[in-house]
Design a protein around this ligand. Structure first.
Ligand SMILES: NC(=O)c1ccc[n+]([C@@H]2O[C@H](COP(=O)([O-])OP(=O)(O)OC[C@H]3O[C@@H](n4cnc5c(N)ncnc54)[C@H](O)[C@@H]3O)[C@@H](O)[C@H]2O)c1
Length: 363
């Protein structure tokens, strides 16, 4: 992969049915004060971040907002446990108290949790305000910030209250990844390798060749990797915004992954860690069916191990635990669990036709 990281290198149409929006990706995009003002014009802003990301990057964002506009600042507590109706209320109340108008723009500065809550608050504020994503985790940069799914959790389950609401722009500054923990960075890489498996064989091989550069978080390599992931996700979302069909392939590894998260209790394993194991299981089933070469499975396992990601289910989880947990997944349709399998490297298919013995043999 090339050595120079362009400061702003990509402007992708990651669009819904009604509009396109740019995704700016590169090193220092937040310092390039022009990007945000260009997206915002003179509109008011409700800037939402959390107590971890705020001290690191909020000042940079505030600087580029200038002092001519109304800015409401909201600092949420950190963590998935705060992706709640209460945090949603905090954001909306702050914007209302500041008399923000519907023309204001919500800005989500943080990982997927902040992005999801802020997007949902924007979707509901005065029946719908615009929002901008500034994702700061690798997972959020390659996945949650693109595609317009927004949500909060309910005590009965994750992401049960939400809306499809596309941002008006996404600004990805790869420098923000320098402060991310090894574990969170690795969890993001699990979603990265997923894109190679389901959509781009060449990208998968390039990832396997780029592990050293990724390990040292080489900015140019990371920018290119994020760009390709966003392109793939944008392409899939463009075809199927509301997950009526092809978008389901993005859930590769997620049926088993969600089962692990659910069984262990959310937060024990990071989402990306559970997805890593889910992808290994789904790839093994695909190999057993003759849909993919065993070398792909070996390459995947090697890649995950390099980043200390798990490749086997937690020892306490057996077939029955998986089956029970998967039945509770919100992706279940008419009582049928839907699985995403590989169909050649760079291709995926969705099927409900996987029997328990196949799963048992692949755990
Ligand atoms: N909307 C979607 O399409 C979609 C897709 C995938 C996941 N999600 C959601 O995303 C959430 C997970 O996102 P996540 O993995 O980003 O978790 P997260 O938002 O909890 O962030 C992980 C941790 O990293 C910290 N952090 C964020 N950026 C940092 C930085 N630059 N430096 C140091 N620390 C930083 C956060 O404060 C947090 O402690 C889940 O709620 C999941 O449901 C949504």
């Amino acid at each position: 992969m090339s050595q120079n990281a362009p400061r702003v290198e990509v402007r992708l149409p990651a669009t819904s049915t009604d509009r396109q929006y740019p995704i700016y990706i590169g090193r220092g995009t937040l310092e390039q004060g022009a990007i945000l003002p260009k997206l915002l014009g003179d509109r008011g802003v409700c800037l939402v971040t959390n107590e971890t990301v705020g001290p690191l990057y909020e000042a940079l964002v505030l600087e580029s907002l200038g002092d001519q506009r109304k800015v409401t600042r909201v600092l949420l507590p950190d963590g998935e446990s705060h992706k709640t109706l209460e945090s949603f209320g905090t954001i909306v109340t702050a914007a209302l108290e500041d008399q923000q108008e519907r023309s204001c723009v919500f800005i989500a500065l943080g990982g997927g949790v902040v992005g999801d809550i802020t997007g949902f608050a924007a979707a509901a504020f005065l029946r719908g305000a615009d929002f901008i994503q500034i994702p700061t985790t690798l997972l959020a940069q390659v996945d949650s910030s693109v595609g317009g799914k927004t949500a909060i959790n309910h005590p009965m389950g994750k992401n049960l209250i939400g809306a499809f609401h596309q941002p008006i722009g996404v600004i990805i500054d790869t420098m923000t990844l320098n402060t991310l923990s090894e574990r969170e960075f690795a969890a993001g890489l699990a979603e990265v390798v997923k894109y190679g498996l389901i959509a781009d064989a060449h990208f998968f091989h390039r990832l396997l060749e780029s592990v050293d550069a990724l390990k040292r978080r080489d900015q140019a390599t990371i920018s290119e990797v994020i760009s390709r992931c966003c392109e793939i996700k944008a392409d899939i979302v463009n075809q199927d915004e509301r997950e009526g069909g092809v978008r389901a392939v993005l859930n590769f590894g997620h049926t088993f992954g969600h089962a692990i998260e659910r069984e262990l209790g959310f937060g024990q394993w990071l989402h990306g860690e559970a997805v890593a194991v889910g992808m290994v299981i789904a790839t093994r089933i695909s190999v057993a069916r003759g849909q993919i070469d065993v070398q792909v499975l070996e390459g995947l396992v090697r890649f995950l191990e390099t980043f200390d990601l798990p490749t086997a289910p937690p020892p306490e989880m057996g077939l029955d635990d998986f089956m029970r947990a998967m039945q509770g997944d919100k992706k279940v349709q008419s009582g049928k669990i839907r699985f995403v399998l590989l169909d050649g490297l760079g291709g995926a298919c969705v099927t409900a036709d996987v029997d328990e013995s196949e799963i048992a043999a692949s755990l």
